[in-house]
Design a protein around this ligand. Sequence first.
Ligand SMILES: [Zn+2]
Length: 99
Amino acid sequence: MSTLRCPVCRADNSAGPNCRRCKADLAILWTLEQQRAAHITEARAAAADSRFDEALEELNSADTLRHGTDVSRYRACVCLLAGDFASAMENRRLAKNQG
Ligand SMILES: [Zn+2]
């Protein structure tokens, strides 16, 4: 899993549940990140199995929990695999602008 930035002091944390610097309780944020990662894992499995609609639904769920360039990149890949080149380019553009 990637690092989690503390909303209080902006420190990057690689382990929880408390911030390593200011000790803020980040347990809820860690839970959200784990759910988000689980959606991405499901999306990858669905895409590998050519279930592209399901993959996009999982990516949307992940993106609802937190926006990220990773989701936009995965979306671009799924759209490419599904043959939807216009959406693939749009998500590639989003990933570039967010990053
Ligand atoms: Zn902190």
